[in-house]
Design a binder for this molecule. Structure first.
Ligand code: NAD
Length: 886
């Protein structure tokens, strides 16, 4: 603690204006200009954003009231293009508007510019420069958009922004900013060129999602780009006001020389340095006569922690100039050499190389399908085009498909867009028991030929299907968004997961060809192989309308089985598309039938058919248990004990420990409870808060809920879409009433769009678990919160339900985390993150207790459900001779 406090004192100039204004005054007297930055915690609520802006305005006024008394310092207050304000602020844009992201940019820019209007007015009246800092990638384009909006509204105010040279697109952005400044502003834009402080964050996000990194892999490349951008910047001095921010002597020296070589006066160039970093450099910059400006943070220690961590990373990185020169005392000549590159080798993803096991080979070969990079405009545009294209082809009638034959039934069932209930997505045929029988008969005839192929041959078909899915990715995502109201980013993730299942199970199947080694002794030869089970049925839910049925179907097919597939009533169009793509990829027509219909009607016939040897089901607990019971009864003519795989519901708990970082907890809770409007089996529906910070957490959570964007699932800005159907809305209302009766509604989102089956996400606090809301799966954006005294009480409460699907804990204490992880009764436990979003291969998924039979979808042992392992033991002894001993 003492160390941290000392570090804070070194890098943070003061806690408030009373402490910081004298620091700024003293720096000015010593010949340093400042830009004062009010450190902000993660802004999750409107109140926090308002408080940040108030703080900035207060800081501006306080500095402006002192600054006139500062002595004259021509270098600090003039440059070739005019007078420079003495007061200079740096603002963290995401603290001003939490919606300042690529996908919610329009709203974020509007909110941010409105919120900053009073600050800009003050800056105009009191003569100050307002600088927008650049943070991480997700906010970068929105930050520049906010800058342009501020410039449009306040063209005479001195504005500034930051370009990060570690970004691959830095030069493009820089040139665009120069063009914009020259064309729009009355005073040139200050451009601060930095390398960038979020390298680790950018790499982690890019690698986790399978995206190209927006930053250079190697430090050396950033240094080169920095020098290049510095030349561009200096070449346009006057259209913009150039500032170089670095602690690398070579970078600074390069800029100074380039400026002089370009014939610029010394006061045309500003060099910015961080408060408390590399003190000798500060003096040196001042001595050579260019303008030094000190980036001067103000704020509390805890709030400044993220800033301190960035400084720590910068000071301790092996390739940091500051560390090499000032800590390790490296020779200056060596450091000025442009050729150093110590980071290197980071372009592979650094994951462990697994052992030579069968499972290990799958892990080594498998990569998750990248999610759509919605933070890029062209990606959003591509999805928008797909949404439009899919929208023009709605309303078709979907036949039953058996042996490739299309049978349209006399009765049909509409599936509608939950966000626009008057739009019929498709009219699906309604299969009858007769069609069930003929589908099973066809499958029985076709299956042996399919089973006779090798695992590798069938795996190749699944891989071809994966390629087809990928080719149709945007279209499939659009269809998911439209048919089941899933926000487009999550709809895209649904498609990516389907691709993952196809490729992952193909890899697993290739590995199963050789089965596993057996103990061999002299005189016998033992082998094990896997034989397909035969004909099975796949019964799927609507909430992951492509991923889940694709996973169950691909698992069964690749192992050599035939499948009669029944989609959920709500998502027949996606189911039909899945079947047509699998057929197109080479799955024989006879081994995959498409049987849309009403679960209660054909479900039992499918499950009880004597020739159906397995059922793969994902859906509600009531239906799953009913299937389990029916499948257990022996039907006349039946010759196998049916294998039943049931993945059922959850009542998942997320524990927030007494020491949890609420900036981690709140986004995790928000995502877990309200992602896809709570319609995920993995969704958090119980929040268990340990200790006495419940009020603080619930208040922040309510504030963050208020910022959720409810709207059309096809709009990338949307956080929460509609519920699937009117019955789901009624169920939500019913349980909300129970919440009102048994507890209190802490907050409910009131901005609910119309029409469509939207509800306002709600947070209810219950005094105890003695409420149906504490035990029943609601499948809607309804979160029940509980307060408990200690962690054991929290774990006991988390486990006190019939379900055991997902669970999570947010805590800073390693011992608490270990304690909880060992005790939480759930198939998937998450630590310090959201409890939804399982990834194939990374987080094999499936529950325990009454949540499921425990087969892990997307895990190494999943295919074992679909095969009979058979063993052959051959006696190799002939007339007393065995080759084994020869
Ligand atoms: P659901 O049980 O209502 O329907 C699932 C499927 O079962 C549908 O295809 C339906 O037509 C069919 N069905 C209905 N009655 C049947 C019967 N008597 N016999 C055979 N089939 C029948 O579930 P849903 O509303 O589609 O999905 C939501 C539920 O699924 C939630 O409980 C959720 O938790 C669960 N779920 C679980 C997982 C998991 O991996 N554990 C994943 C997704 C969804």
């Amino acid at each position: 603690h003492v160390g941290i406090t000392a570090m804070a004192k070194q890098f943070i100039a003061g806690r408030d204006v009373d402490e910081v204004v004298p620091v700024a005054t003293k720096l000015w007297q010593r010949g340093f200009a400042t830009t004062v930055d009010r450190l902000g915690e993660k802004t999750l609520t409107r109140e926090q954003a308002q408080a940040y802006v108030r703080g900035v305005a207060g800081m501006l006024s306080a500095l402006a009231s002192e600054a006139p008394a500062w002595p004259s310092r021509p270098l600090l207050e003039t440059d070739p293009w005019g007078v420079l304000p003495r007061v200079n602020l740096s603002i963290k844009p995401t603290a001003v508007s939490p919606h300042l992201t690529a996908t919610a940019m329009t709203l974020g820019v509007q909110e941010g510019a409105d919120a900053l209007d009073p600050v800009m007015e003050l800056a105009s009246a009191l003569h100050a420069t307002v600088h927008l800092d650049t943070e991480y990638d997700e906010a970068k384009d929105a930050t520049f958009a906010l800058l342009r909006e501020l410039g449009r509204r306040w063209p005479a105010v001195s504005l500034g922004c930051v370009v990060q040279a570690y970004r691959r697109d830095a030069e493009d952005d820089l040139r665009e900013l120069i063009r914009w400044s020259a064309a729009t502003l009355e005073v040139p834009l200050h451009v601060r060129l930095v390398k960038g402080a979020y390298w680790d964050h950018e790499m982690v996000v890019a690698r986790a999602n399978g995206w190209p990194a927006p930053v250079w892999d190697r430090k050396h490349d950033s240094d080169v780009a920095f020098e290049h951008c510095a030349s561009v910047l200096l070449g346009h001095a006057g259209e913009v006001r150039p500032a170089i921010a670095s602690h690398n002597l070579r970078s600074i020296a390069y800029a100074v020389c380039a400026a002089r070589a370009a014939g610029l006066a010394d006061h045309a160039l500003e060099v910015q340095l961080l408060y408390g970093m590399a003190a000798p450099l500060h003096e040196a910059v001042r001595e050579i006569g260019v303008r030094p400006r000190v980036y001067t943070p103000m704020g509390e220690l805890v709030i400044g922690m993220a800033y301190l961590v960035r400084r720590l990373l910068e000071n301790t990185a092996n390739d940091s100039f500051v560390r090499q020169r000032f800590v390790e005392g490296k020779e200056i000549g060596e450091l000025l050499d442009a050729g150093t590159d110590e980071r290197g080798g980071t372009s592979d993803d650094g994951s462990e190389v697994p052992g030579a096991t069968r499972e290990g080979a799958v892990v080594a070969a498998f990569r998750n399908e990248p999610l759509a990079e919605l933070r890029r405009e062209p990606v959003r545009a591509r999805l928008a085009r797909a949404v439009e294209a899919v929208g023009t082809g709605l309303g078709v009638t979907l036949p039953v498909v058996i042996d490739g034959e299309r049978v349209t039934t006399s009765m049909t069932l509409p599936s509608v867009d939950p966000a626009r209930p008057d739009v019929v997505v498709a009219h699906s045929s309604v299969a009858t028991t007769d069609l069930v029988n003929s589908a099973v008969d066809v499958a029985l005839r076709a299956q042996p030929e399919w089973a006779a192929r090798t695992m590798a041959e069938r795996a190749a078909v699944m891989e071809a299907a994966a390629d087809l899915y990928r080719a149709h990715k945007a279209e499939l995502a659009a269809l998911v968004a439209i048919e089941v109201g899933k926000p487009i980013a999550e709809a895209d993730a649904d498609v990516a997961e389907a691709v993952d299942f196809l490729r992952y199970y193909a890899l697993c199947a290739r590995g199963m060809e050789a089965a596993y080694p057996l103990v061999q002794v002299a005189g016998e030869h033992n082998t094990i192989r896997f034989r397909a089970r035969g004909v099975g049925t796949v019964i799927a839910p609507w909430n992951f309308p492509l991923a889940i049925p694709t996973g169950m179907t691909a698992g069964a097919l690749v192992a050599g089985n035939a499948v009669v597939f029944k989609p959920a009533e709500q998502s027949p169009a996606i189911g039909a598309r899945m079947v047509s793509l699998l057929h197109e990829a080479g799955v024989p027509a006879g081994v995959l039938a498409y049987l849309p219909g009403i679960g209660e009607e054909i479900g039992p016939a499918l499950v009880e058919h004597p020739s159906v040897s397995f059922v793969a089901f994902t859906g509600s607990r009531a239906v799953g248990l009913d299937i389990n019971e029916r499948a257990a009864r022996l039907a006349a003519g039946q010759r196998t004990v049916k294998r039943v795989i049931t993945e059922m519901g959850g009542k998942n708990a997320l524990i927030v420990d007494s020491d949890a970082d609420l900036d981690v907890a709140v986004p995790a809770v928000l995502r877990s409870a309200f992602g896809y409007a709570g319609q995920k089996c993995s969704a958090a529906s119980r929040l268990i808060v340990v200790g006495d910070r419940a009020d603080e957490l619930l208040t922040k959570l309510a504030g963050a809920m208020d910022l959720l964007i409810l709207g059309a699932p096809t709009d990338p800005a949307t956080d929460v879409g509609p519920l699937i159907e009117p019955a789901a809305v009624a169920r939500f209302e019913h349980y909300l009433d129970i919440g009102r009766r048994d507890g209190r509604v802490v907050f409910q989102v009131s901005h609910v769009p119309e029409p469509g089956w939207f509800v306002g996400p709600a947070l209810v606090e219950l005094p105890s678990a003695a409420s149906a809301l504490a035990t029943d799966e609601v499948f809607a954006p309804l979160l029940a919160a509980f307060r408990v005294g200690d962690l054991d009480e929290a774990i006991a409460m988390a486990n006190e339900v019939d379900y055991g699907l997902t669970a999570g804990i947010i805590s800073r204490s390693p011992s608490h985390i270990a304690h909880a992880v060992a005790r939480l009764e759930a198939g998937n436990v998450y630590v310090n993150r959201a409890i939804t979003g399982a990834m194939v291969g990374r987080h094999p998924f499936g529950g325990m207790k009454l949540s499921g039979t425990g087969a892990k979808a997307g895990g190494a042992d999943y295919l074992a459900q679909f095969v009979h392992p058979t063993v052959v033991c051959e006696n190799t002894v002939r007339q007393g001779f065995t080759p084994d001993l020869a």
